[in-house]
Design a protein around this ligand. Structure first.
Ligand code: COA
Length: 260
């Protein structure tokens, strides 16, 4: 991998978007690397219990690479659909990772960069970070990111921000739950460390099941289906070795094995 750097610190995997010269705008190669990393982690978590995603250099991510988009625009419709589908699959693969993803957002998160923030479970932004769904300014639309963005900010904010393409500050991103904490740049890492510590104190299988639960409940078709999905999910956790260990540890006033 070159456009995506990955390094491990025990159960934490740090991922860095690495095209700083173009503010980490993603092209076909970076999409392929992110997709392949995410599908690999879905199949083999390999002890990774939390992922921290960041951008190298001055910004988190400036979205799709405009030069790449301009180039593929001249390709056939089939090729364009294939490329857009690959981008959509990348966001889905990141969204469905079993372990939590924390976004470390500094500088700018624009277009698909804001889409990447939307597929993070937790996003921590620096006070001076700038966001925007600016696609209409380029005559395009925030299409493949829209399901993930809508799930975070809701249709009302999306209607305003998708049609204006206006840039907005971290304080606004916080207000609409796109990010979960806004701190001075110098405090980004400490804030993320605190989130990491919270996550490492939780059962890894339970955390993966909790992420799955949110998805399943959001997509359940009826109240009956919701009741079945939630009851089965709870029963499975209670019966699991991890669930039994967690409950026993609480009753025995000790730390569960996964938190030691
Ligand atoms: N695609 C391709 N190149 C991009 C890019 C993108 N999405 N975003 C930035 N770049 C390039 C710039 O063209 C510039 O290249 P140059 O050095 O050859 O001139 C370089 O990255 C640095 O950009 P610059 O604007 O000078 O950096 P900045 O730190 O002042 O601002 C941003 C950073 C992200 C706020 C700004 O680059 C920006 O608004 N980019 C456009 C984002 C966008 O519209 N994304 C939606 C794409 S669908």
């Amino acid at each position: 991998m070159q456009l995506l750097l990955a390094h491990r610190e025990g159960p934490v995997e740090h991922l860095t978007l690495n095209r700083p010269d173009v503010r980490n705008a993603f092209n076909a190669e970076m999409i392929a690397e992110l997709s392949s990393w995410a599908t690999g982690r879905q199949r083999t978590p390999d002890g990774v219990r939390v992922v921290v995603l960041r951008g190298a250099g001055k910004a988190f991510c400036a979205g799709a690479d405009a030069a790449w988009l301009a180039k593929i625009a001249s390709h056939s419709e089939d090729e364009n659909v294939r490329d857009a589908t690959a981008t959509s699959r990348m966001f889905r693969a990141l969204d469905e990772l079993p372990m939590p993803v924390i976004g470390r957002v500094h500088g700018a998160a624009i277009g698909g960069g804001a889409g990447l923030v939307a597929v993070c479970d937790i996003a921590v932004a620096s006070e001076d970070a700038v966001f925007g769904f600016t696609e209409v300014k380029l005559g395009i639309i925030p299409a493949v990111i829209s399901p993930f963005v809508l799930a975070k900010i809701g249709p009302s904010a999306a209607r305003e921000l998708f049609v204006t393409g206006a840039r907005f500050p971290a304080a606004r991103a916080y207000k609409m739950d796109l990010v979960h904490a806004v701190v001075p740049d110098a405090e980004l890492d400490d804030t993320i460390d605190r989130y990491v510590a919270e996550i490492l104190a939780g059962g890894p299988e339970a955390i993966a099941a909790a992420k799955r639960l949110i998805r399943d409940v959001s997509t359940a078709g009826s109240a009956v289906e919701t009741a079945t999905v939630t009851a089965k999910a709870l029963a499975a956790r209670r019966a699991s070795a991890e669930g039994q260990e967690g409950l026993r540890a609480f009753l025995e006033k000790r730390k569960p094995r996964w938190a030691q």
